[in-house]
Write a protein that binds this ligand. Structure first.
Ligand code: ZN
Length: 454
């Protein structure tokens, strides 16, 4: 069964061209000797809009009490920083390969990597100032994923906040230097069209002052690049912004003309209905990261007000504490069910179709992510990228589903081990649940974790 046009269809054959695009979909009986995917469903590859690959090294090491008062996002951040200061360029490559492998095994075919480690641990530029960005890109390409390298601009610890020595690897305090490095990276990637490309990513209103922010976002708009930014993740970020500018983060961006259809705000949790309207009016997008947000205690993304205003929501695995984009999709809904003590909160109000809610959540994990990253793919239709994954219909988590309920079963119940095959640009990177480089990647990562933590 193939998921196309918002529903599953049986007995369809998908033709791909040499450029890795879907050429046509035709009835399977008209094809001589098709490669059959027996008892499998074929779905468009998942698009992970927001990841920090290196944070995978702290998985399992931060689920404990470190503060006598209260553990929070901010105490977690100190632990994350202390790992970030210890990684060599080779380590960044090894952890990124591990993360991208895990993504590939769960059906993710494109990742937006929000990358902010630029310098040596002492805070100096490498001979190639984009060395670490390129390590991440190399890792993604070796695993076979498409990647948007969202190169992060990071200028300060915060408004009237003393410099944090653990942030020295991230800082590029001069916007001209940031723009120079970004331009260099963009030109170095020219030969990798559709495989790896850049986006601009001012870290947050906390880390980038307004003048710098304007320069970065204007350049992104001018060159038609994706513009990504952490936005309203924590109440403290919002109150510091009000103190500095007399406006909330969203209101600041809106009144300065920095929102556009190229802009994606990541998290967007602590916002007012007015801010949601400002984002919607500018055709901006939002990326929610529910598995990380619940892990960090960030709060609940008000996705029901986003959707009511027509704001598109994509999904990210963010801290990579768990990599399962369909879990992110269901959490987007489940967090609201717990908060509102109701069901089917995000279902379209006028559509009582069996799978309308699942289709909406699945769009967040596919089409909306593609738009946010300016990536090809997200759907199975002629002209689109040949990026897909298959699901084993006999897997215990979804067995017994028919055409009507299959998508809901996949979105709400699929075990990620039921993902069997993954294709990017028509090339198979995962076959029957296995990736060719798995053994080597896992071994290298085990050695890295041993060195870091034992
Ligand atoms: Zn993030």
């Amino acid at each position: 069964m193939v998921y196309t046009g918002g529903r599953f269809q049986s007995e369809l054959a998908v033709f791909c061209d040499d450029a890795g695009r879907i050429q046509r979909l035709i009835p399977a009986r008209e094809v001589q000797e098709p490669a059959r995917l027996k008892d499998r469903a074929l779905l468009p590859g998942l698009i992970n809009t927001h990841s920090h690959a290196f944070q995978r090294v702290i998985r399992g090491h931060t689920e404990r009490r470190t503060s006598a008062v209260k553990d929070s996002f901010w105490t977690w951040r100190e632990m994350m920083y202390s790992a970030a200061t210890r990684l060599t360029p080779e380590d960044i490559y090894d952890v990124s390969r591990m993360v991208f492998l895990e993504m590939a095994l769960t059906g993710i075919t494109t990742v937006g990597e929000f990358h902010y480690i630029h310098h040596t641990p002492e805070g100096f530029a490498y001979e190639d100032p984009n060395l670490l960005s390129k390590q991440v890109i190399r890792a993604a390409r070796e695993v076979g994923l498409r990647i948007t390298l969202l190169r992060v601009a990071y200028a300060r610890s915060g408004y009237q906040v003393q410099a944090n020595p653990l942030q020295t690897r991230f800082l590029e305090t001069d916007p001209d230097l940031y723009l120079k490095h970004l331009t260099q990276l963009e030109s170095d990637l020219r030969g990798m069209k559709g495989e790896a490309w850049v986006g601009v990513a001012p870290h947050s209103v906390r880390a980038v002052p307004l003048k710098y922010l304007r320069e970065v976002i204007d350049l992104g708009k001018e060159r038609n690049l994706p513009v990504h930014m952490h936005l309203a993740e924590q109440p403290a970020e919002v109150s510091a912004c009000i103190e500095e500018y007399g406006r909330s983060p969203v209101s600041l961006l809106a009144t300065e003309g920095l929102l556009s259809d190229r802009f994606t705000g990541v998290h967007v949790i602590h916002v007012t209905p007015k801010a949601v309207r400002l984002l919607a009016n500018s055709r901006s997008m939002v990326c929610a990261c529910p598995t990380t947000e619940r892990n960090l205690g960030d709060g609940v993304v008000p996705a029901e007000s986003f959707m009511a205003e027509g704001l598109q929501v994509s999904l990210g695995s963010d801290s990579n504490v768990q990599i399962d984009l369909l879990e992110d999709a269901r959490e987007l809904e489940y967090h609201l069910r717990l908060q509102k003590m109701g069901r089917a909160v995000l279902a379209p109000p006028t559509d009582s179709e069996y799978s309308a809610l699942a289709a909406r959540l699945f769009e967040c994990a596919t089409v909306n992510g593609a738009r946010s990253l300016c990536a090809p793919g997200g759907v199975i239709e002629p002209g689109s990228a040949a990026d897909f994954f298959t699901v084993d219909l006999n897997d215990s988590s979804v067995v017994g589903s028919g055409e009507n309920d299959l998508l809901s079963s996949i979105v709400f119940s699929l075990s990620k081990t039921a993902v069997r095959d993954v294709f990017v640009a028509g090339k198979q990177i995962v076959a029957d649940g296995k990736h060719a480089l798995e053994k080597e990647i896992v071994e290298k990562f085990k050695q890295l974790q041993k060195r870091l933590w034992q």
